[in-house]
Write a new protein. Structure first.
Length: 454
């Protein structure tokens, strides 16, 4: 059994049966049967059912949000956004069903066409930091492209996934087309990855686990999308609007208590603006409201677990210089907003993903130095650039090796634009206009127009 704890109170809120390899085998067999019927359905019918699924999710946004608060400790505002994002992803994917077009390619002696066909059964392994939206990133386009989906949620956050599966059936999706199998990674996750009838795996999580999954998939030449770790830079040039940059910085790494692979946890500030920026940042950090996730005023909730709290503490030990906010004491996995200063640029807290409400501030001398520091990590997922100089913004955007950059903003994710990382931040792209094609196989067909030889 999996135990689900409320991270804000440490109370047990649910126990959920953990799937076994036999459960995975049975689910894959059911999914394969359901997928064949789903793929044969008219595109308009698939689109209609996905829109109905979106509408049912919309009717249950508040319920899903409060369930997310309970199992993940997210603030209520964030959780409402997450449930709404599932709705929006389903709507967006439904709009692509009837536009999943092949091509006609000019050739001599006939007609050449391409057909985009579904892969079959897709396995989705979702993380605990954003349980609903990240699960939907893969599930919505995979279903829209004609596949069946088996979703394995994280051990600590299975409740919203199970509820979404119930809502899918209520919306009229075929039985077994979208199944949720809670379980542990080493058991249920591995069984899903290793299963020969699972055509693709979509995994979001740590780089270490992603590498292991990639190695297992390689043995079967199985398709894979990986969204892994990050250590994203927030580059602040001296010519930037420092007040705006400082005001926006706290939630660039404190959103979801810092449990975000896009978190801007490496704040790089031009040396001539360093002192001024810190003076502006200090009150912004100290004023962050950390507390009860159900309180509408709360800006940051707890970490997900005791293990994650211990990990964060190991990086931000007492005695380091910096800025520290406030956090509740007593039950719950609480850690205060923290900005570390005066640390070496190669210190573990400056180069390793902490996955908590901790950032470091590092000074740089010029544009070249900023780019060097931004790229001085094994990751390349996201980042921000603050400057009034358009040329500098474009040069820096081209030079920073990351998949998602924002200028004078911290926005990383929109469901209608592509998302993914460079280097050890992942492989492939999710979301955006090409999301559905990532779950298809391209078939090429040549039709001869020449008559039979005489």
């Amino acid at each position: 059994m999996l135990q689900v704890l409320n991270p804000a109170t440490e109370e047990l809120v649910a126990t959920v049966p953990a799937a076994t390899p036999a459960d995975v085998d049975a689910a894959v067999a059911r999914a394969a049967t359901a997928q064949r019927g789903w793929a044969a359905a008219a595109p308009a019918d698939r689109a209609r059912l996905l829109r109905r699924f979106a509408a049912v999710v919309d009717e249950h946004v508040e319920e899903l949000a409060r369930l997310e608060v309970t199992e993940a400790g997210h603030t209520l505002g964030n959780a409402r956004w997450e449930a709404g994002n599932v709705r929006d992803l389903l709507d967006f994917a439904a709009g692509g069903v009837e536009r999943l077009n092949g091509r006609q390619i000019p050739v001599a002696g006939g007609l050449d066409i391409t057909i985009l066909e579904p892969l079959g059964v897709v396995g989705v392994i979702a993380p605990w930091n954003f349980p609903m939206p990240i699960a939907a990133w893969a599930t919505a386009p995979a279903l829209a492209a004609g596949n069946a989906v088996i979703l394995k949620p994280a051990e600590t956050t299975p409740l919203t996934a199970l509820r979404l599966a119930e809502l899918a059936l209520a919306a009229g999706l075929p039985e077994h087309l979208f199944q949720v199998l809670p379980g542990t990674g080493p058991v249920a996750g591995n069984a899903l990855v290793e299963h020969p009838d699972v055509a693709k795996i979509v995994f979001t999580g740590s780089t270490r686990v992603g590498k292991s999954i990639m190695a297992t998939c390689a043995a079967q030449v199985k398709r894979i999308t990986l969204e892994l770790g990050g250590k994203s830079p927030n580059i602040v040039f001296a010519d930037a609007d420092l007040e705006a940059a400082a005001a926006a910085t706290p939630m660039s790494f404190l959103d979801n208590s810092g449990q975000d692979c896009c978190a801007r946890t490496r704040i790089l500030v031009e040396r001539s603006a360093y002192d001024r920026f810190l003076a502006l940042l200090t009150p912004a950090i100290e004023e962050i409201v950390v507390g009860d996730p159900l309180d509408e005023r709360t800006q940051m909730g707890p970490l997900i677990s005791r293990a994650q709290l211990d990990r964060v503490r190991s990086y931000a030990t007492d005695g380091l210089d910096g800025i520290r906010g406030k956090a509740p004491e007593g039950p719950g996995f609480w850690f205060p907003p923290t900005v570390l200063t005066g640390v070496p640029e190669d210190a573990p807290c400056a180069v390793e993903e902490i996955f908590g409400p901790v950032a470091v501030v590092l000074p740089f001398d010029d544009e070249a130095d900023a780019i060097r520091l931004a790229n001085a990590t094994e990751y390349g997922l996201s980042g921000s650039i603050w400057t009034r100089d358009v040329g500098r913004a474009l040069r820096t955007s081209r030079a920073v090796r990351a998949g998602n950059l924002s200028v004078n903003s911290h926005s990383s994710v929109r469901y209608w634009t592509p998302f993914g990382g460079y280097r050890q931040s992942g492989l492939g792209r999710e979301l955006g206009p090409d999301a559905l094609t990532a779950f298809t196989e391209t078939k090429n067909v040549f039709i001869s127009t020449e008559g039979p030889a005489l």
